[in-house]
Write a protein that binds this ligand. Structure first.
Ligand code: CMC
Length: 395
């Protein structure tokens, strides 16, 4: 012992140099490749943001058109994936299904298996970005027992996703522009977030030289947890619970429970390892929430009112002030998704869809780094010192 620095939870250890995403947690700033998230969310769509994360610069018109063509060309998944999907119980959690489906892609695409080959990584990247919406929509249709809807490549990325989710063979789905824009914004706001748990998982997994699809599946698995991507689902379930118990009038009781450390209850959608100020994504998400609820005539939505009141009370409460706990992106994203018609268990799968590009960009950066080595943390051993094995009769 003594040779290594002990840093549980990596509170102060930088695992890499990175040029992709910058966060100033005290100021509440988030930049992708130097561009503020507020400007990207308003001026660019998700695929432009993907291009930026992958290649370092925003695309010009020709680059954008060619990137869109390449991505949309790959939206279909191998038909065999349907049989794989059928092996799951219909009531399986979508994140269980997604972990399996994304991992299974490594068994289908043999021209993109070598993570150390830039051409393989490039085609794996395009395939993953293109096929994630198809997989999420298939996972959803499967759980509700409806036929899969094949992608329609002349739609926008987000529009195509919503059509695959909500159209049926009997009735086409006319995407509403406001809702498509909201979905696209959800994707953009979740696209990358530097070295969070799932991204670090993808880097660590990829550092062994594994198949790129397998590395991304590891990220999906990590994202599932309620302390990470699963928070959007947990947050909405929390709001439902408070509402069931009486709504706004019960917020005080609920906050009391959160402050009682023995209760094990957390205010989901609040707090962040890096942001000690308002998460800039939460601000943008709250704006989108207003737009979507207005568009759908749901401005009096009781859950949204409850969320706003809960936020207000928490932000004034000494417990949250002292710990610098502010709403994070997941606080409002669930309300937006629910209004759009996305079922709660699918929220984290949509986060995974959106984060895929960030995982790939980070993987590319790691492998391109001349200092790249297999990730291998050390430990401080605190167990028994050497001792002799006794014959079983004497133990
Ligand atoms: N509700 C109540 N207390 C909290 C919360 C919360 N949501 N978050 C942190 N605290 C308390 C925590 O108990 C601790 O108190 P004390 O100092 O008295 O022991 C203090 O604040 C510091 O928290 P921490 O657990 O040391 O912070 P962390 O950096 O290890 O955890 C977090 C960050 C995001 C896991 C945590 O804030 C949390 O569990 N939040 C709720 C889940 C959530 O919304 N997650 C989404 C994060 S953003 C999207 C994403 O990354 O996927």
């Amino acid at each position: 012992t003594g040779k290594f620095t002990y840093d549980p939870g990596f509170l102060s250890t930088a695992s890499c140099n990175s040029t992709i995403t910058y966060i100033d947690g005290d100021k509440g700033e988030l930049l992708y490749r130097g561009y503020p998230i507020e400007q990207l969310a308003v001026n660019c769509d998700y695929l432009e943001t993907c291009y930026l994360l992958l290649y370092g610069e925003l695309p010009n018109e020709a680059q954008k058109a060619s990137f869109e063509d390449r991505v949309m060309h790959h939206t279909m998944v191998n038909e065999q994936m349907q049989f794989f999907l059928r092996g799951f119980r219909r009531d399986a959690h979508p994140m269980a299904v997604m972990t399996g489906l994304v991992g299974a892609m490594s068994a289908f695409y043999h021209d993109s298996t070598d993570i150390n080959n830039p051409e393989h990584r490039e085609i794996a990247a395009i395939r993953l970005i293109a096929k994630m919406p198809t997989l999420v929509a298939m996972a959803y249709k499967y759980t509700i027992g409806q036929p899969y809807i094949y992608p329609k490549n002349d739609l926008s990325y987000a529009g195509n996703f919503m059509r695959m989710m909500f159209a049926t063979p009997c009735e086409d789905y006319k995407p509403n522009d406001v809702l498509v824009r909201a979905m696209d914004r959800i994707f953009t706001l979740h696209a990358d977030h530097e070295q969070n748990a799932s991204t670090s998982t993808v880097r660590l997994c990829g550092s062994s030289g594994t198949n790129p699809f397998a590395a991304i599946a590891a990220g999906v698995a990590c994202l599932w947890g309620p302390a990470h991507g699963g928070a959007n689902e947990a947050c909405l379930n929390m709001l439902y619970d408070i509402q069931k118990q009486g709504g706004v009038a019960r917020i005080g009781d609920f906050i009391g429970k959160v402050k009682d450390k023995n209760s094990g209850v957390k205010l989901m959608g609040f707090g962040h390892r890096v942001y000690k100020n308002y998460d800039p994504r939460a601000k943008l998400m709250r704006e989108t929430c207003h737009e979507v609820l207005n568009e759908l005539g749901l401005h009096d939505d009781p859950l949204f009112k409850l969320a706003m009141e809960l936020e207000k009370i928490a932000l004034e409460d000494e417990y949250f002030v002292a710990r610098k706990l502010y709403p994070n992106v997941d606080f409002y994203s669930g309300i937006v998704q629910r209004a759009i018609g996305i079922p709660v268990p699918l929220f984290t799968a949509i986060f995974a869809l959106a984060r895929t590009v960030g995982w790939i960009a980070q993987l590319n950066e790691m492998i391109g780094d001349p200092e790249y080595k297999i990730g291998r943390p050390r430990q401080l051993f605190v167990g028994a010192t050497a001792r002799d094995v006794k014959p079983i009769a004497q133990r």
